[in-house]
Write a new protein. Structure first.
Length: 204
């Protein structure tokens, strides 16, 4: 109780609290943050944090981005054209009477930017020449607010779909309704999931 009281008393007027890290730990974190020879990313699966050699990271990124069957290099900035097309579409919907001015303003992203490409290390595949899972972060993208708007209005509807699964717990509860003799493949999968989750964070 005394420790909790001391922690509360350490809260400053602007809401900040003192760090529980030692000076050495803070310095170690800053050194890692400023080390340009490494890239720190969360693993593709699990909760591991991976320190990736920057040269290896860039090599893996180049091998994916230079794949012309997946990515196409563009010669000019597409932002002005994309902005124009999306705004014209939204304004047409407003004129039709399906959007009010407040919603229209929300749906338009100010100073929109293109998606940001990065990799998550797939250490479950192999530890040598680790492959990366490509991820495009669309935070600040042209359609970010449109996606949020649609998600908000579709959420109540998706719950009425028979295949809707709310979370892992509900998924496991549904699997409990299967009988072992019903489908061998289904139960083999269920046994595997149970075994896997016995050592996962979900059980804890």
């Amino acid at each position: 109780m005394k420790v909790a009281e001391n922690s509360i008393m350490e809260i400053t007027e602007d809401g900040k609290i003192f760090s529980n890290l030692s000076k050495e730990e803070k310095q170690a974190l800053n050194d890692l943050k400023n080390d340009k020879t490494i890239v720190i990313k969360s693993a593709d699966k699990g909760s591991a944090v991976i320190v990736w050699d920057r040269d290896d990271y860039c090599k893996e990124a180049d091998s994916q981005l230079l794949n012309k069957e997946v990515y196409v290099k563009i010669e000019s900035d597409p932002i002005p054209q994309l902005t124009k097309e999306i705004e014209e579409c939204l304004e047409k919907i407003e004129k039709r009477g399906d959007l009010d001015s407040t919603t229209l303003k929300f749906l338009k992203v100010e100073e929109a930017k293109l998606g940001r490409f990065y990799l998550q290390p797939k250490i479950h595949k192999r530890m040598d020449s680790v492959p990366g899972r490509p991820v495009i972060s669309n935070s600040g993208y042209f359609t970010e607010n449109i996606s949020s708007f649609l998600d908000h209005h579709l959420q109540p509807l998706t719950k009425n779909v028979k295949s809707y699964i709310q979370d892992t717990k509900q998924f496991l509860n549904k699997l409990n309704h299967f009988h072992k003799t019903q489908f061998l493949v289904q139960w083999t999968l269920w046994d595997y999931i149970q075994t896997f989750l016995m050592n996962s964070d979900f059980q804890r």
